[in-house]
Every structure is written in C-alpha cells, then in structure tokens.
Design a binder for this molecule. Structure first.
Ligand SMILES: [Zn+2]
Length: 244
C-alpha cells in the first residue's frame, strides 16, 4: 500500500501543534475525517497561503503516518472565501463545520458525508455571492445538520407523535423518545411550536438548494437548533456550541 495519497478535502479548522507545526482537520472524500499535520508554521503561509482556511475545498496530497497524516501538497478547488466575508454566512457555516468536526469519528470512509458538506458549501457560497438576505443563511445550515444526523442513522420521528402516533398537535420534542410528542404522552420533553416540527420535516425532505428560499421565523429556527443539539447530545455524545 502506498503511503502517499491524493484526495479532495474540505478544511474544517486548525490549531497549533507545539512551537513549529499546525494540525489541520480535513474532511476528505477518500478517508473521512483526517487529522493532518502541517510541518513548519512559517512554511504554512508561504506554501499553502489561504488554502487551509475553514471552508476551503482543496485537492490534498497526504502522507499516511501512524497517528497523524502529513500534508505535502494542496491545490485549491474552491476557496469559498465569500462565506468567510459575509458575517451571517460565516456564523451559519461555522456552526455546520462545528457539528461535522464533533459528530464524525476520525478515519471512517463516508463519501455521502463529504458530499453533503460540499453541497452545503456550494449553496452557502452561491447565496453569499448573490447577496441573499441575512436570515436566509440559517435554514440551509440547519438542513445540513439534520441531514448529517440522518446519515449517521438518527432520523427523528416527526410525522406523528413518536409514542402514540397521533398526528397533531405536536408541541413537544424529546430526543430520548425519538422525536416529536403530543401533549398527552409521557416522556421528558421540551416545548416546541408545531412550526418547528414542520420545518425539520421539510428540511429533511428537501434538497439544500430549496432551504435557501425557505421562510422561517427566528423562534422556529432557534427551536430547530435546540432539537438538533439535543439529538447530537443523546445519540452522538457531542455538545454543539455554535447556533447557525
Ligand atoms: Zn402521543
């Protein structure tokens, strides 16, 4: 097996390693999430420029080490700089990347996860370029987060009460019980509006490109995020810190 390989990759983030090096978290198309070392902090700027900023899509050349892989080359596919330049797009994008960073185990090959993040970034960049209104960046971010839960195998039950199957009203949500609940069924749950349950259902069913045109109020969007955070806590054991 050759220990050097090439793969498309999306930069999730980076941090310093000791005095001289940097660790870049890459979501790759070939190997899933790969912890990657970039040797020589000063060299990073000169050799890789802005290619290792969050949201950048690159073709990476990597050397497979025992614990960390080493980045030996990077060519830009899409900089997605427009997402970093627009505050609302940046906030939503960082929340999505935060979830991908926390929820995905390292070195598990999951091409659909890579494709999901690539298509989210494509839509976000198109909206930012097209001068979309500030509030339109949040629904697609929530859509990407819900679809990531779906790919991880945790689809919340939203069409009817998760316990008794009654169709409406669905005013409560419980990750432990599996989704939306009617007012009468037992289960530790928090209150949400029926619009929140519908928004989640629509976001899961529709492609991300449609989410950019979806009208959703601030309360609905916030409650949707609370449900996603609860699902992540309960099923994936990770705490999301950033709200889109
Ligand atoms: Zn019920």
């Amino acid at each position: 097996m050759p220990r050097t390989y090439k793969t498309d990759a999306i930069v999730l983030g980076s941090h310093k390693l000791g005095e001289a090096d940097r660790v870049v978290s890459l979501l790759t198309a070939e190997r899933g999430k790969v912890p990657t070392v970039v040797k020589g902090v000063r060299k990073v700027k000169s050799r890789f420029g802005g290619r290792l900023e969050p949201f950048s899509r690159i073709q990476a050349q990597l050397y497979e080490g025992r614990n960390l892989h080493t980045l030996t080359g990077a060519d830009t596919i899409e900089t997605n700089a427009v997402i970093r330049d627009r505050p609302e797009a940046l906030k939503a994008g960082l929340a999505v990347i935060d979830m991908f960073s926390r929820a995905i185990p390292e070195l598990e090959h999951r091409p659909r996860t890579y494709n999901l993040l690539a298509s989210y970034l494509r839509e976000a960049a198109a909206s930012a370029t097209g001068g979309a209104a500030a509030h339109t960046f949040r629904a697609p971010a929530l859509g990407a987060q819900l679809k990531l839960l779906l790919l991880a195998g945790y689809l919340p039950h939203l069409a009817s009460c998760a316990v008794c199957g009654r169709e409406e009203p669905l005013h409560r949500f419980s990750a432990a019980t599996g989704g939306a609940l009617c007012p009468d069924c037992p289960g530790e749950a928090f209150n949400v509006s029926p619009e929140t349950v519908s928004l989640m259902r629509v976001l899961l069913e529709q492609p991300l490109s449609k989410a950019t045109r979806m009208e959703a109020g601030n309360v609905t969007v916030h409650e949707t995020w609370l449900c996603i955070r609860e699902l992540c806590r309960f099923y994936l054991g990770c705490d999301l810190k950033l709200e889109p």
